[in-house]
Design a protein around this ligand. Structure first.
Ligand SMILES: Cc1ncc(COP(=O)(O)O)c(C=O)c1O
Length: 377
């Protein structure tokens, strides 16, 4: 059997990782400024993370959600405390798409409506409801209709107000990435997020913040929406949450009441997934990674100034989009094959996506900066 080809592959065969580095089968070392689609948050093979997973592996790998699992309660408490959402409820699943899928279902269960507002450039995942609110016709088969979705321009308060004025009582939810990731790192303005909240509250629609890529401390706050004065009704998380272990979550405002049978999952919230997430939260806390993200993000910003051909830097903390005057395809390949540095691309052909581990240090950032300087001079 061969593998179904879903991504064009880079010609690298990775075998192991340690901290901010990964190694191929020949022992060649690479600096990881991408974390495999923004997944590696606390670093590869972190000893605390490995220990926590090993200990849980020996205790209990899995049981279904039909029994009490203490580690789930422990995770919900810790996440509530560190994120500032202690009064929300947590539903655990296995990926970002599943998180958004369930968020949209919850919104529709809540107000019994169907229309959803999403934005130009949005990426929310590939399952039915999530792909419908994603702004990319190429990944939408006929079986995933999106005629219930209203796509509005991102950061356009006027268009949002107009739509609510015309059909406010039909709007089920507004879903937004506080920092658009796949699109090329575009920040939602504070006033835009605040307007979404205001209109959702006025019209009993649900405000969903998709923090799958920009959340879990990557922006320099626990959630990127916390730069604005908002508290979304639902917050979705995944990626950095498990540092590579597949896990996702939905944080749900108390006003949305759970009814048995409404949602469900076999694997979601497995003891191993909880152990991985708890370890990530402990490491973020013990190693002051939120502060490190702010500092290292600032260091990157300051030292990126003057890079030739760099037109714009977008993003916050360690979720940055570097937009160049020219397409970045060759630059990205050169960084990888000449300097052994992984970076990401995006929907914007001129934008390099930079998503290193939150534990990155200045010396490692300098490796990236020096390589970038060599390639752009
Ligand atoms: C903002 C956002 N939401 C949702 C997803 C989907 O996550 P997953 O690939 O885990 O289903 C992604 C993935 O890139 C994402 O960036």
């Amino acid at each position: 059997m061969d593998l179904f080809k879903v991504y064009p592959l880079l010609d690298v065969e990775l075998e192991s990782g340690k901290g901010v580095f990964v190694f191929d089968k020949n022992g060649q070392k690479y600096l990881d400024f991408y974390g495999g689609h923004a997944v590696i948050s606390v670093g590869h093979a972190h000893p605390y993370y490995i220990k926590a997973l090993n200990e849980q592996l020996e205790k209990l790998v899995f049981y279904s959600n039909s029994v009490h699992l203490e580690i789930q309660q422990k995770l919900a408490q810790k996440l509530g405390q560190i994120s500032g959402y202690a009064n929300y409820n947590l539903f655990l699943i296995n990926s970002g798409a599943e998180a958004n899928e369930n968020a949209l279902k919850l919104a529709s269960f809540y107000n019994k409506r169907k229309k959803v507002i999403a934005f130009s450039g949005a990426f929310h995942g590939r399952t039915a409801a999530a792909v419908a609110v994603t702004d990319n016709p190429k990944i939408k088969p006929a079986i995933n209709p999106d005629d219930h979705v209203i796509f509005l321009p991102f950061n356009d308060n006027v268009a949002l107000e107009k739509t609510f004025k015309e059909q406010g009582n039909e709007i089920c939810a507004v879903i937004v990435e506080p920092i658009q990731g796949v699109n090329g790192i575009y920040e939602a303005s504070a006033s835009f997020l605040e307007k979404i909240q205001e209109l959702c509250h006025q019209n009993d629609a649900i405000f969903i913040a998709d923090e799958v890529q920009c959340g879990f401390a990557r922006s320099g706050k626990f959630f990127a929406h916390q730069f604005a004065n908002v508290q979304p009704d639902i917050i979705t998380i995944a990626k950095g949450m498990g540092n590579g272990f597949p896990v996702g979550g939905v944080l749900i405002n108390e006003k949305i009441q759970a009814v048995y049978g409404m949602l469900g999952t076999t694997f979601g919230g497995s003891p191993l997934a909880c152990a991985a997430t708890l370890a990530v939260l402990d490491i973020i806390e013990n190693e002051n990674l939120i502060e490190n993200t702010q500092k290292m993000g600032q260091y990157l910003l300051e030292n990126l100034k003057g890079i030739k051909g760099l037109k714009q830097i977008r993003g916050k903390g360690l979720i940055l989009g570097l937009e160049f005057e020219e397409p970045i395809k060759d630059l990205r390949n050169n960084l990888l094959f000449k300097h052994q540095i992984f970076t990401g691309n995006s929907n914007n052909p001129n934008t390099l996506r930079v998503l290193p581990s939150l534990a990155i240090q200045k010396e490692e950032i300098d490796l990236f900066l020096n390589a970038l300087k060599k390639e752009t001079n």
